[in-house]
Structures are given as structure tokens and as C-alpha cells.
Write a protein that binds this ligand. Structure first.
Ligand SMILES: Cc1cc2nc3c(=O)[nH]c(=O)nc-3n(C[C@H](O)[C@H](O)[C@H](O)COP(=O)(O)OP(=O)(O)OC[C@H]3O[C@@H](n4cnc5c(N)ncnc54)[C@H](O)[C@@H]3O)c2cc1C
Length: 393
């Protein structure tokens, strides 16, 4: 069994994990990024979810900054895509806000580059399969890769697995949820609705989206169920191909998959039991412990402050969560679960973990003003007033 030690261990390499690892390493901490696949970006890349939702409120005000904006720009560095003229929008539709469609493979290359430049130690093809807890403190995660089984010690950990795997392995009772079947692919589709701007017309991207089966019924935390979810999605997609071929609208040379998602497209699985769960209707609310803002991607004019407490677990020291496994319910979850908010909570979690490692404290003991100062220094805005908006609640 091998053993390694770090200041900060970022568990899970999706958008939240990437932002967390970059932020922690930029704070000068020895940081490891542990990812079970061989790609950075998680659902946004491996999962082929290629729409970076808006950084603005739909009325011309930017509300997300820092690494959330840096990643959006990075997603365009090695591939096509354009930022709309979002500053002039008033009650703008989603496509006219500060949001883009990107190429998932291009995005992975750019994220890798940011991680390497920040000095992050990247461990791909490494599955986290357990956690070690001593006196209520998380001390290590157990991993498995080609070298065999290992133990990664850290002063502080970020759970960015999307599924709260670390919190779960550490014995926390994590709330769960249900998912509609979803299946997004990248395909060659003549006349496709979704297309990477700037790409040649016939090579397109297509969302055979979450609407293909409205039935909610899979939690994504059972091994057999995950396989069923994947096979059901593929079967639906295959049925669509067959139908199009049979109708004569398309043929196997005008419509075919270029690549399939290589992770299950669950929107929500587990989240941490947190000090605070963000609730429906808490848009426009001031939180003293805000770590930044996000905007509702479905409708213009709804801005949310995100409380640090929704990232901090109850009942376990040395862990902070980021991304879609932070605590939010129903409508609030719809705004916290998306790519830009995952980047925001990732940067906050990585910064918090680095500060905790520095001070020898746990995330629940970190004075939030210290975190807010560090985030501001890195270019983030914390409260509605910081971008010229005013709380209404
Ligand atoms: C069908 C669908 C459509 C969506 N549409 C959009 C959209 O249009 N725009 C948008 O902005 N968002 C959209 N989202 C949401 C968004 O893609 C994700 O919520 C967001 O990318 C989550 O990022 P994350 O880093 O929190 O988690 P994930 O992307 O899930 O990343 C978690 C990472 O951790 C790794 N991991 C998990 N467990 C382990 C383990 N035990 N050991 C090691 N590694 C592990 C995974 O491999 C993964 O790389 C959609 C999601 C789905 C499913």
C-alpha cells in the first residue's frame, strides 16, 4: 500500500474540483487532484455537457468572476465558440447572456494546462474508494489505481466528487435525490439544432436532452442502477437513430455519434449534510457568509448569494464540499448545480481548504471574512452590493 501526503487533497476532477485545485495551488499549497477518469472537467467534458451557463443576470450585470470566468474563457482557447454581446441585454434569453457553447475535448486540454501551470499534482485513473476518520476528523482518503491501493493524507480535503463520495465514505448520512433519464452525445448531424459556432456546418453537436424521459426515478448511488441508466440512455439514442434512418430524413452517413458520454449524466445524486441548506426563494437574499453570487440560468433577473455554510458538512472536520454535492434544495439546487456555480464553489472550497491547511484549522472553524478577503483578492465579488445590485430579502 502506497502513501502520500499533501496540504490539500481535491477529490474529484470535475469543474468544481479543477477550480478548487487551481485555487488551492495558487495559495501556495501542495495540492493533489484525484480523478477516477483520465479527463478533467467531469460532466462538462467527460459527460459531454457542453453549455457553460451564464455568468450574468440577463440585464447586463456580470455576477460571477474569478475562476468561473477564467474557465469559461479557457473553454474557448483551443476550440470554436463565441461570447454574445451580453452587456446590452435586458431580460435577455439564455443564448444572449454571458454564456457559451464549447467543445468538451478542447476544454479538457485547457483545464489540464491551468492545473499544470498552477503546480497541481494530478492523479488520473485513480478511484477514491474509502475515507479514514480519526476523532471526527478526516485524515486520509483511500485510493486505487495501477500502483495498487494507497492512502492519501492531507491537512484538508475538498469533496468535489459530485456524489459526495468522500462524505459518504467518511460515514455521513448524505441526503439523496432522483433523476430523469438523460443522454447527451456529440454527433455528426446534418442540420442539427445545436452547433458549435464557427465549426463547419455538417459537424455539429446535439443535445438529445433530459427531456427524453420526464419520469424521475433513478438516484445514481447504486452500482446496478448506474449501469441501467447508461444502457437506457444508449437504447433511447439508438432508437432515435433507427427512426431517423427509417424515415429517410437521415442516413448513417449524415447522422451518427462522434463520441458517447463516458460518465453517467446524473444531475443530482448525494449532497452533504451541511450547516445550511440553500432553499427555494432565497434569491436576492443577503448572506453574511456569502462566497460569491450566481444567476438563475432559466430566467433573467434572479441573482443568488451562496452561503459558505452550504459547503461545510455537519459532523466531520477537515472537509469542505464544492459543486453539485453542496447543499441546496429544489429550485435553489437548479441554480447551484450548474457549471458556473460549480466553478464558484470550487474556487471558494479550494481557497478555504488552503487557508485551513495554513492555519491548522477545520473549514467549520475558518472565519468567513478571511475567506471572503482571499476571494476578493483573487478577483471575485462577494455580495450583491459589490456589483451594484441590492438585496431584496
Ligand atoms: C443531463 C445534464 C444536463 C446538464 N446541462 C447543463 C448545462 O447545459 N449547463 C451547465 O452549466 N450545467 C449543466 N448540467 C450540470 C453540470 O454539468 C454539472 O452539474 C456540473 O458540471 C457539475 O460539476 P461538478 O464538478 O460538481 O461535478 P462532476 O462534473 O460530476 O465532477 C465530479 C468528478 O469527480 C469524479 N469522481 C466521482 N467520484 C469519484 C471517486 N470516487 N473517485 C475519484 N473521482 C471521482 C468524476 O469522475 C468527475 O470527474 C447538466 C447536467 C446533466 C447531467
Amino acid at each position: 500500500m502506497f502513501e502520500k501526503s499533501y496540504d490539500v487533497a481535491v477529490c474529484g476532477g470535475g469543474i468544481a474540483g479543477a477550480a478548487a485545485a487551481i485555487a488551492s495551488a495558487r495559495q501556495g499549497k501542495k495540492t493533489v487532484f484525484i480523478e477516477k477518469t483520465v479527463m478533467s472537467g467531469g460532466l462538462a467534458t467527460t459527460g459531454l455537457i457542453y453549455i457553460y451557463l451564464p455568468l450574468c443576470d440577463g440585464y447586463g450585470t456580470q455576477v460571477l468572476f474569478g475562476i468561473a470566468e477564467e474557465l469559461l474563457l479557457a473553454s474557448l482557447k483551443y476550440g470554436p465558440g463565441n461570447i454574445p454581446n451580453w452587456r446590452i441585454g435586458k431580460n435577455a434569453e439564455e443564448a444572449k447572456r454571458y454564456r457559451i457553447i464549447f467543445s468538451p475535448a478542447s476544454f479538457t486540454l485547457a483545464i489540464d494546462e491551468l492545473l499544470v501551470n498552477a503546480g497541481v499534482d494530478i492523479w488520473y485513473d485513480t478511484l477514491i474508494c474509502g475515507a479514514q476518520v480519526e476523532n471526527g476528523r478526516l485524515t486520509a482518503v483511500e485510493v486505487e489505481n495501477k500502483s495498487g491501493r494507497g492512502r492519501i493524507n492531507a491537512k484538508c480535503f475538498v469533496d468535489a466528487t459530485g456524489d459526495a463520495d468522500v462524505a459518504h465514505f467518511a460515514g455521513l448520512d448524505c441526503p439523496t435525490a432522483q433523476n430523469a433519464l438523460a443522454f447527451w452525445v456529440l454527433e455528426h448531424a446534418k442540420g442539427a439544432k445545436w452547433r458549435l459556432e464557427g465549426s463547419i456546418e455538417s459537424v455539429s453537436m446535439h443535445a438529445d436532452g433530459g427531456s427524453i424521459d420526464k419520469k424521475r426515478g433513478m438516484s445514481g448511488i447504486d452500482g446496478a442502477e448506474v449501469t441501467k441508466f447508461i444502457l437506457d440512455g444508449r437504447a433511447k439514442y439508438l432508437a432515435r437513430l433507427k427512426k431517423e434512418y427509417a424515415s429517410g430524413n437521415q442516413s448513417r452517413t449524415t447522422l451518427f455519434p462522434l463520441t458517447l458520454p463516458s460518465m453517467a449524466q446524473f444531475r443530482t445524486t448525494r449532497h452533504i449534510p451541511a450547516l445550511y441548506k440553500l432553499r427555494d426563494g432565497e434569491d436576492w437574499k443577503h448572506f453574511d457568509d456569502s462566497i460569491g453570487m450566481t444567476a438563475d440560468w432559466r430566467k433573467s433577473g434572479f441573482v443568488w448569494e451562496i452561503p459558505y455554510r452550504s459547503m461545510v458538512p455537519v459532523g466531520l472536520k477537515n472537509l469542505v464540499a464544492a459543486g453539485r454535492c453542496t447543499a441546496a434544495e429544489e429550485d435553489a439546487w437548479e441554480v447551484t448545480r450548474v457549471i458556473p456555480t460549480a466553478a464558484l464553489t470550487g474556487e471558494a472550497a479550494g481557497t478555504a481548504a488552503a487557508l485551513c491547511a495554513d492555519k491548522g484549522i477545520s473549514p467549520d472553524e475558518l472565519p468567513v471574512t478571511v475567506l471572503q478577503d482571499a476571494l476578493r483578492k483573487a478577483g471575485n465579488k462577494i455580495h450583491l452590493e459589490d456589483v451594484g445590485l441590492a438585496p431584496k430579502k
